[in-house]
Design a protein around this ligand. Structure first.
Ligand code: NDP
Length: 475
């Protein structure tokens, strides 16, 4: 048995700086992972000062339990052999089987997957469901590939991955570049190799074990999270003339919203915002932004969904929309003078310091991170300095993995819940996630009147995982 230290006598700042030098020294070539590590450490430090016994847990949690890398060989339409790298980072399984998406994008590397896996541990803890944290994927680029090539790649990828996953071990899902088509190809190959329906991927089609509301869950969940925030701000804030003014502030109806991305997360963020009467001003892809001066309509969104999900085209091709202007090489953040909420829904670090200044000038009150870590370290500082509230991805976008957890429960019970049942559970999970962030923040800081949800999310998620690790005999 190892000797336990007396943590009450430890110099917390010195100890954390030792751990951080170790992590930064070892992973200096992994900037995204270090960015996520630094952000989590900065926000949980007040809690570690109050309860230093958690320090070793943070050190242990910063190192993945296991990383699997493998070669993926597949054949393109010209009969040429192609090679990509595949990964699965199984970061932490204290709360349950590893759970987290697979990303297919040319930018994928270990630094990005480690940052995503690290965030996923805390995110899954915030859902209240029994899921550990993982992430995986490949530097394969599905853009411009035929269905045949994507199938060939997915089958080869799963032929390697299948031996490392299972319903009680690791249950992957989709992420950038992995939607219904890819999950179908991956699941078909897993089933063939395993000779059984083990439900080991989530985001499956409804015909073979998927859950209603799973495609919508990330975007819908983020909007539900924003509704909780607006309600909290309106009903704890001062300066309202009467109840009616307070009710208007609490409602998302009429709020001017910027959305980036045009994939799964962005589409259903827009859908829920439109359903609730918000004014959606933008959608984007990596080539440019569609700007809707008077707000996107449901018909516009339908056209975007058809273009992206069926034709797999670029937003620049949507020339038939009469109330939209396409702005090439342009991000959404600086396009309007007045914004209430921003929903970055594309990728990491998509809001830089300059973008943050635009949003601050446009009086944006909160950034709802639908994507994972969409705010650069510089932008984060700007927002904090100007009191812009950040709804951290690990809480605001946890609806996706939460409904994946519900899909696992339905598969295990061999049942299917209705749309209303799943949506009701999703709304409850998002409310709980918001409440946990707020309560953890209020408990561990001396600023009861402010609202740092990032700090709250990191503390609430971390304590849950650290306590589970402790109860299972780790320190
Ligand atoms: P999709 O592949 O469906 O869509 C991604 C969108 O982001 C596309 O519009 C894409 O444009 C754009 N994008 C990707 N990379 C870049 C880049 N480097 N610069 C600018 N735009 C880019 O992915 P999702 O919608 O599923 O994922 C979006 C974000 O949401 C990711 O951060 C993901 O981790 C996060 N997320 C997703 C969940 C889910 O359930 N899907 C769950 C939780 C988080 P283009 O087509 O031009 O590449």
């Amino acid at each position: 048995m190892y000797k336990k230290r007396d943590w009450s006598t430890v110099d917390v700042v010195e100890e954390l700086s030792k751990i951080t030098s170790e992590v930064h020294g070892r992973y200096q070539h992994e900037p995204e992972f270090l960015q996520a590590y630094d952000e989590v450490l900065e926000t949980i430090t007040p809690m570690l000062k109050k309860s230093p016994r958690y320090i070793p847990m943070f050190r242990i949690m910063s190192e993945p339990e296991r990383i699997i890398t493998f070669r993926v060989l597949w054949v393109d339409d010209d009969g040429e052999l192609q090679m990509n790298r595949g990964y699965r980072v199984q970061f932490n399984s204290a709360l349950g089987p590893y759970k987290g998406g697979l990303r297919l994008h040319p930018s994928v590397n270990l630094s990005i997957l480690k940052f995503l896996g690290f965030e996923q541990i805390l995110k899954n803890a915030l859902t209240g469901l029994a899921m550990g944290g993982a992430k995986g994927g490949s530097d394969f680029d599905p853009k411009g590939k035929s269905d045949n090539e994507v199938r060939s790649f997915c089958q080869a990828f799963m032929t390697e991955l299948y031996r490392h996953i299972g319903p009680d071990t690791d249950v992957p899902a989709g992420d950038i570049g992995v939607g219904g088509r890819e999950i179908g190809f991956l699941y078909g190959q897993y089933r063939k190799l395993e000779n059984g329906h083990h439900g080991v991927l989530t985001g499956k089609g409804m015909l073979y074990g998927g859950s209603l509301i799973r495609p919508e869950a990330t975007g819908y969940g983020a909007v539900y999270f924003a509704q909780n925030l607006l309600g909290h701000l309106a009903y704890t804030g001062t300066g309202y003339i009467d109840d009616q003014e307070r009710a208007v502030a609490a409602s998302i109806k009429g709020k001017r919203c910027l959305v980036s991305g045009a994939g799964n997360a962005a589409q259903y963020t827009c859908e829920k915002l439109l359903e609730l009467g918000a004014v959606v001003l933008t959608a984007s892809d990596s080539n440019g932004t569609l700007f809707f001066k008077d707000g996107m309509t449901s018909k516009d969104l339908q056209a975007i969904m058809e273009l992206k999900n069926e034709k797999r085209g670029r937003l620049s091709e949507l020339t038939e929309l009469d109330n939209a202007e396409y702005k090439p090489d342009c991000k959404p953040w600086g396009l309007v003078e007045k914004v209430n909420l921003a929903f970055p829904s594309a990728t990491q670090n998509e809001i830089n310091g300059e973008d943050a200044k635009h949003l601050i000038d446009a009086t944006c009150c909160a950034i709802v991170e639908v994507a994972n870590m969409p705010i650069s370290a510089e932008a984060r500082k700007e927002f904090k300095a100007h009191g812009v509230i950040i709804c951290p991805g690990k809480a605001a976008n946890c609806g996706g993995v939460a409904v994946s957890g519900l899909e696992m429960s339905q598969n295990a019970a061999r049942t299917t819940w209705t749309r209303e049942e799943v949506d009701g559970k999703l709304q409850e999970i998002m409310k709980n996630a918001f409440d946990h962030c707020l309560q953890a923040f209020q408990k561990y800081t001396e600023e009861p009147n402010s609202c740092d949800l990032e700090q709250g999310a990191n503390i609430a998620g971390f304590i849950k995982v650290a306590d589970a690790m402790h109860e299972q005999g780790l320190y």
